[in-house]
Every structure is written in structure tokens, then in C-alpha cells.
Unconditional design. Structure first.
Length: 383
């Protein structure tokens, strides 16, 4: 099914993080403000609203920091949802985490989560280089590296899941350090017990202005898309032979047809609640008050007086209208309904326009579709 079919309520739980990732897309934004975590009142109200207006009972924990850094809040939100009078018994839980957490947290995840995506960049040397542990947390993990803690947690969860409805997968950022090691990563993840992997080409961080107006950011960005596509296809075939799913963010719609790229365009069906009480349509827009050129994705806010969410219907309408069938540069594209106009968050960040175009990714998606074509339905949709 197309990526936009992933309907869920996402909680951008906290800005706190225990890693210092080199390529973090929101580090400057987070580090420039006081740490924030979603108030339970707002999280529970979001659950009430979502369950009253949507059939889905899937909740998800995501950044902008590391959600397990607010473990008690995550537990409380989950308990509230699972005990909700309006379909709480149907709730499923998804977490995207850096995997660097303590034993009590992994035990809770084992018994409460259904889908866990580990942000994981491959072999230990690459993981430790791209995603080093914040030094102030070294004592908690007895001097271990992020790779050591992550590996241990992955193995433990997989070994102990038994017949639980629990999938442990990896979400990999591809950088120049691992772009040519994708086949090697397939073997590495397979040996850990992981069977589902989504890869994402490195994208630009989000700042105060669009990338098109940021000369320094453009000059510092280095990514060989041709190399990514070539190595991805080799790894894809290698993974298929081992019974491992090797996905790409560029192929998220190859198993279905839709004029939408993703849930950004239907935010009332897949809202994201920010730590500062706003409703975002996009994973790249994690704080409402500091959205800058990404403000088209801020589609609502918690009203402290009425104790309800106010929706910005004009913004939602514009997002609803952002379809590949409505854009000139997509008009004659043979991949129009298997792309949906590329990632909307990345497009707005790079061009400053909802109907902008990313020509490099357009070419890459066409190359991938020429080889892969329409695929069988994905067992697990991209995080």
C-alpha cells in the first residue's frame, strides 16, 4: 500500500537526546532552546481527539530527541491509550529509537511495543562514528559505545520476543561512510537477527531558511546519489536472497499507487504532536514555535483556554492539494503515482515551496523503478 496509508498518532515526545549524531537534522534547533517534553494533558487530549475521529489505533513515539529519555511519559501515554474506552484494546505501539537505553526500558518495550525501528547505521565503526554517545551519559552505560549498547539491546529483544507481536527493525541513514557498504550491512543486520531494514539517503538539516538560500549548507553537503542507487540495488538483491527486506525511502510508494507521497498531505489522519503543543504534519517539523520556512506543516495548536486543539484549516487544505497529479513537473512522469512528488518535507526544506521539485531524487526514483517496478506490499511501512 502507498506510504500515505500509514495512519497513526505520533508523539514527538521530547527534545532530550543521549547521542551526538554528526548529521542530526534538528540538533541546532534543539540545542538553541530549553529542553521540552510533551505535557501529559496535551498528549492525552490528542489521544481522545484522534480516537474520536479516526479508525486507526496505532500510536507512535518519535523524536525530535530520543523518546526513551522520557520513559515515564512514554509509559503514561501508552497506558492511557491502551486503557482508552474508545478502542483502547486495539492499540498498537511503534517506537523509533536510537536503541541506547537501559535494561528496564528494554523490558518495557518487549512487553508493550509492536514495532521498534532502531536508528542504526551499520557496523560498529560506522555506528560509533556517525552516532556517538553523548559523553555525559557514559557513566550510565559503563563506558560502552553507542554501538555496543545498541547491539546488546537488539539481540536481547529479538532473543526474548518469543511469540509476542513484536518486530525489531533498522532504519539506516546512508552517508559517505556506509554508502558503498550496503551489501556488508545486509549481512551484519542478518547476523544480528534483524529482517526488516529501511535506508534513507542523507538529507539536509532543517534551519531557519530554505536550503536554496543557504550557500554554506549547499556547499557543505556531499552525497553521491548515483552511488547510492547502484549500491542499493546490489544490496536489495543480496538481501532478497537471504530473506531480509532492504528498503529505501525513495521506494516507499512502489507497492501501491497514490498522488500523495506521504501522510504530510493528510495531517488529520496522521497528526504529530510536538513538545510545545502544536500539531505538525511532518517528521521534519518537530517544534511549532520555531518552524520558520517549514511553517506550512504546522496545522494546529493546543488551546490552553478551551482545552482543545485549534486546527488551521487553510493550511490543511493546501497540504491536501499537494498531489503529483497537480504539479507540472510530475505531469508526464511515468512514476507519478509511485512517487507522489518526492518527500514533501525535504522538498519544502530545500526549495521553500510546497510544489517544489527535487530533480536529483526524481532521477534516482525513476532509475530504481525501472529496475524494481511495482513491488509486493511491504510487510512494514517506512517509519
Amino acid at each position: 500500500m502507498p506510504h500515505s496509508n500509514k495512519k497513526m498518532l505520533s508523539f514527538f515526545l521530547t527534545t532530550k537526546c543521549n547521542l551526538c549524531c554528526r548529521y542530526c537534522y534538528n540538533a541546532k534547533e534543539r540545542n538553541s532552546i530549553q529542553e521540552q517534553t510533551i505535557p501529559l494533558e496535551i498528549a492525552n487530549a490528542a489521544t481522545d481527539w484522534y480516537f474520536a475521529n479516526n479508525e486507526s489505533r496505532h500510536i507512535r513515539f518519535y523524536g525530535p530527541g530520543e523518546p526513551t529519555q522520557e520513559f515515564e511519559t512514554m509509559k503514561a501515554i501508552t497506558d492511557y491509550a491502551k486503557n482508552h474506552k474508545n478502542g483502547g484494546n486495539k492499540v498498537t505501539v511503534e517506537i523509533q529509537t536510537n536503541g541506547v537505553f537501559t535494561n528496564d526500558i528494554r523490558e518495557w518495550i518487549l512487553n508493550n511495543a509492536n514495532i521498534v525501528w532502531m536508528s542504526f547505521d551499520g557496523m560498529k565503526d560506522i555506528q560509533n562514528y556517525n552516532r556517538p554517545l553523548n559523553p555525559k551519559y557514559s557513566q550510565i552505560f559503563e563506558g560502552k559505545t553507542s554501538a555496543n549498547v545498541l547491539e546488546d539491546n537488539v539481540k536481547w529483544l529479538i532473543q526474548n520476543k518469543a511469540d509476542r507481536n513484536l518486530m525489531i527493525g533498522a532504519r539506516v541513514t546512508i552517508t559517505d561512510s556506509n554508502i558503498e557498504k550496503q551489501k556488508e550491512m545486509v549481512d551484519y543486520f542478518y547476523n544480528l537477527g534483524i529482517r526488516y531494514v529501511w535506508t534513507n539517503p542523507l538529507f539536509y538539516s532543517v534551519g531557519k531558511i530554505p536550503v536554496c538560500d543557504d550557500i554554506e549548507k549547499k556547499s557543505n553537503y556531499k552525497f553521491d546519489m548515483d552511488s547510492y542507487v547502484r549500491n542499493y540495488l546490489e544490496a536489495y538483491e543480496h538481501a532478497k536472497g537471504k530473506g531480509l527486506f532492504w528498503g529505501s525511502f525513495l521506494t516507499v510508494n512502489f507497492d501501491g499507487e497514490s498522488p500523495y507521497h506521504c501522510r504530510c498531505c493528510i495531517p488529520k489522519e496522521a497528526p504529530h504532536i510536538t513538545p510545545d503543543g502544536y500539531i505538525s504534519a511532518c517528521d521534519m517539523v518537530v517544534l511549532g514555535e520555531y518552524a520558520y520556512h517549514m511553517s506550512p506543516f504546522i496545522v494546529g495548536k493546543w488551546n490552553t483556554d478551551t482545552k482543545q486543539f485549534d486546527f488551521y484549516e487553510n493550511k490543511i487544505k493546501k497540504l491536501n492539494e499537494r498531489k503529483s497529479t497537480n504539479m507540472v513537473h510530475c505531469e508526464k512522469c511515468e512514476v507519478q503515482l509511485h512517487c507522489g512528488g518526492c518527500c514533501l518535507g525535504e522538498t519544502v526544506n530545500e526549495t521553500g515551496k510546497l510544489d517544489g521539485q527535487n530533480p536529483i531524487k526524481c532521477v534516482a526514483i525513476k532509475k530504481l523503478f525501472d529496475t524494481l517496478g511495482k513491488t509486493a506490499p511491504y510487510p512494514y511501512l517506512h517509519p
